[in-house]
Design a protein around this ligand. Structure first.
Ligand code: AMP
Ligand code: TRP
Length: 355
């Protein structure tokens, strides 16, 4: 049975500064996957129009995220790094997926409900259709694995639903053209054109919480800068934010089970574990019984040690935007070749006339 070639795809929006949640939930995994997989990493500029249409500095934000990719250790020569809008095929496939996906599927997305708020009728059509573009990003490369933080799980599941409906709706054409790949869907063997991509969400920091409120995720859009550690923060700022992080009055428990019901403590221990590339159990074995006045300085030192070199490298890269632009242009050209090969077949499957 032939199978889809393993391929990793992920994207990050060029909105606001990247923070520790983006790093631990996404970037760090992007870097690690390079050793075992072919990877495509994309700055999804078209996605950033769904919330804010007019940006003053979209080009610079796009370069910033690219600089973060490179500073974290993504190799744009071995893998592909580019910005989404350079490869028109994403938007073309997204349109087709708009006609595959159902409005009800989009209305169920928790991120849409959160972002649209009370006045859904007045949110952009793009915000509603966003997951269709995300599915196109992934499937225009027929990618099989998608490293993301926990908040994107629902969107990757929707991508699978879209792939499955396309495979099913066009099953006869896919078979006639002989362009399908055999795969198991549940108990059933089907011949599909698009893979059912899997989200890669694991490790101790799939959902990093706000430093000010352990019940909210760390986010670019939180009005309090003290709630997050930005990848560009200097050592003093990182130390200050950790010192001011909200905690409870108890010392750390002597067993990880004691973290239950203590969201702030659990978050800081999770951050420590992720930065030290170890487990919460190990952190508790070292720090169990310690007050936060001991644990926080250790966490601050570790965060500075891990993040400061990356911030310095980002600054160095941002001083030469011309180099970043070359990376994106060359990555875009390589991505376009792959995406166009998929789209040629998609157009044939659908029956669109082309040369
Ligand atoms: P975004 O900043 O929303 O474009 O997210 C970029 C990537 O970072 C996605 O894979 C998110 O799932 C991940 N991410 C964002 N915030 C967090 C967080 N607080 N904890 C873990 N991962 C996150
Ligand atoms: N929706 C993702 C986010 O907000 C970004 C994204 C767009 C993405 N396209 C993607 C992530 C494709 C993974 C794969 O974080």
């Amino acid at each position: 049975m032939s199978a889809f070639k393993p391929l990793v795809f992920s994207g990050v929006q060029p909105t606001g500064n990247l923070h520790l949640g983006n790093y631990l939930g996404a970037l760090r995994k992007f870097v690690a996957l390079q050793a075992s997989h072919e990877c495509i990493y994309c700055v999804v500029d078209l996605h950033s129009l769904t919330a804010t249409l007019v940006h003053d500095d979209l080009a610079d934000q796009t370069r910033q995220i690219t600089a973060a990719f490179l500073a974290a250790g993504i190799d744009p020569n071995k893998h592909i790094v580019f910005n989404q809008s350079r490869v028109l095929q994403h938007a073309e496939l997204a349109w087709i997926f708009n006609c595959v996906a159902r409005i009800g599927w989009m209305n169920r997305m928790t991120q849409f409900k959160d972002k649209a708020g009370k006045d859904r009728e007045n949110s952009s059509l793009g915000l509603l259709a966003y997951p269709s573009l995300m599915a196109a990003d992934i499937l225009v490369y027929r990618a099989t694995h998608v490293p993301v933080g926990d908040d994107q799980k629902q969107h990757v599941e929707l991508t699978r639903d879209i792939a499955q409906k396309f495979n099913n709706d066009f099953s006869r054409r896919i078979a006639e053209l002989g362009v399908g790949v055999e795969m198991m869907v549940g108990e059933e063997k089907v011949n599909g054109f698009f893979p059912l991509a899997e989200p890669l969400i694991e490790g101790p920091a799939t959902r990093v919480m706000s430093l000010r409120d352990g019940s909210k995720k760390m986010s670019k859009s939180d009005p309090s800068d003290l709630s997050r550690i930005n990848l560009t923060d200097d050592a003093d700022t990182i130390a200050k934010k950790i010192k001011k992080a909200k905690t409870d009055p108890e010392p750390l428990p002597s067993d990880v089970r004691g973290l239950k019901g203590r969201p702030e403590a659990e978050n800081l221990v999770g951050i420590y574990a992720a930065l030290a590339e170890t487990t919460a159990e190990k952190v508790i074995a070292d720090f169990g019984g310690s007050p936060f006045s001991t644990f926080k300085p250790a966490l601050a030192d570790l965060a500075v040690e891990k993040l400061a070199p990356m911030a310095a490298e980002m600054r160095r890269l941002m001083a030469d935007p011309g180099h970043i632009d070359v990376v994106l242009r060359e990555g875009g050209a390589r991505a376009r070749g792959l995406a166009e090969a998929t789209m040629k077949t998609v157009r044939d499957i659908i029956g669109l006339l082309q040369d």
